[in-house]
Ligand binder design. Structure first.
Ligand code: FES
Ligand SMILES: [Fe+2]
Length: 417
């Protein structure tokens, strides 16, 4: 008989000894999560049911639905959803399930919609999900005769909120506010006017690795080996005499950050050329010297910061070994349609996506990262893949994430988010 995931516990998947080694205070002695946590379909269902349901997760960007009547279907944690922009120009997230006999209402991306119409018996819903019509329900064409109460049969809304263009949802509806959830990230980035930035490019693609491997990539130890052609010098990453990294690896609450410190050479940062730097809020004094360049908002959002561009991404688990990545690039306002500056904007995108601008080209930062994650996933099929370790110098963030995950999975209390 199939096991009931809702009654399962973390100790059905991880032994006390494995958890003890993961939580070992001395990072040199600690051991990482075993391979099954990345490959087992029951653990994948357990994560979806518990973590992706209870906490805030990223599903996309406000720029995915720029105009009223734009809508896209999306599935998160196995739950079909609609992301759309309603008549008040507000972002809405709705369960993509007709209230008549549970059919998917929105099958594919659409724009210019006035309503949603179920393909099965034609029930009609407003862009806010409200039930508008149940044609011929009683055999007549009159909507006045519909006995179905819209209050009990509208598309069910999902709790959602937008932070700096990133759309988050909380399926359980009981997590703390998004503002509280992201407070450390807000403190780090609050001086930047990210909201005013304009989307210049988006990409989405599927890669063959577990979603957790993205969050475990929040270290710079791999830069020189993985990002050849982009980060080529170890001396940009570390003081070769003392072994001190040029990046502070910061982890607290629901955030991981990679923040350049005073050791980092200015030459190690890409030259913005003639492009304006990321805009600051007018009421904030420019006292903050070091802003984190790479951020992860656990469990599934990353927010990378160039000098010019803000490049957030969301990672949506599809299967233990398959993840959907959606990434968007935002640039300072006013330069998007400036033809003279276009080659410099292109250079920024090429740094991320490679000169061929394809995610499979392996010449951009993201494709290079995901290739390594695919190699990690393949290796986890091996019986000798359980013995993994962390560098004290570089990989405290990786262990922090693994601990964060098991802590979240150990408790169902949503206030613990
Ligand atoms: S299932 Fe949607 S109208 Fe019947
Ligand atoms: Fe990387």
């Amino acid at each position: 008989m199939k096991k009931d995931i809702t009654t399962m516990h973390l100790d059905d998947f991880l032994s006390p000894e494995t958890l003890r080694k993961l939580r070992e205070p001395d990072l040199d002695l600690a051991k990482g999560l075993p391979a099954s946590i990345y490959t087992d379909s029951e653990f994948f269902a357990f994560e979806n049911e518990r973590l992706f349901h209870d906490t805030w997760v990223g599903i996309g960007f406000d720029s995915d639905v720029p105009n009223t009547g734009d809508a896209i279907p999306i599935e998160v944690g196995g739950t079909p959803l609609i992301l759309c922009r309603d008549n008040n120009s507000c972002i809405q997230v709705l369960h993509n399930v007709c209230r008549h006999r549970a059919t998917i209402v929105l099958e594919s991306q659409a724009s210019g919609l006035k309503t949603f119409k179920c393909p099965y018996h034609g029930w009609v819903y407003g862009l806010d999900g409200g039930l508008l019509a149940t044609p011929f329900w009683d055999g007549t064409a009159s909507s006045n005769k519909c006995p179905v109460n819209p209050g009990s049969a509208s598309l069910i809304p999902v709790r959602s909120a937008v932070w700096n263009h990133i759309v988050f949802i909380n399926l359980s509806g009981s997590a703390q506010s998004l503002g509280e959830y992201l407070s450390e990230m807000q403190e780090e980035l609050g001086h930047l006017d990210l909201d005013s930035m304009e989307v210049v490019h988006t990409e989405s693609w599927i890669f063959d690795a577990n979603w957790k491997l993205v969050m475990e990539n929040w270290e710079v130890y791999h830069h020189v080996w993985v990002h050849q052609g982009i980060f080529d010098l170890m001396s940009d990453e570390v003081d070769l005499e003392t072994g001190e990294p040029c990046t502070d690896m910061v982890a607290y609450n629901n955030c991981l950050m990679l923040r350049p410190n005073a050791l980092r050479k200015e030459s190690a940062r890409p030259d913005p050329g003639r492009l304006p730097l990321m805009p600051w809020k007018s009421n904030v004094s420019k006292t903050q010297i070091f802003t984190s360049i790479a951020n992860a908002i656990l469990p599934n959002v990353t927010a990378s910061m160039g000098r010019v561009e803000f490049a957030p991404a969301v990672y949506i688990p599809i299967a233990p070994d398959k993840t959907l990545a959606k990434m968007a690039w935002f640039i300072p306002p006013g330069i998007k349609n400036n033809r003279e500056l276009q080659p410099e904007v292109d250079k920024i995108l090429e740094r991320w996506l490679g000169p061929d601008r394809t995610i499979t080209g392996r010449r951009g930062i993201r494709a290079q990262d995901h290739h390594c994650m695919e190699l990690q996933q393949k290796a986890r099929r091996s019986s000798v893949a359980n013995d993994v370790r962390f560098s004290k110098t570089w990989e405290a963030n990786v262990r922090y994430f693994q601990n964060w995950l098991v802590d979240k999975l150990e408790t169902r209390d949503p206030t613990a988010n």
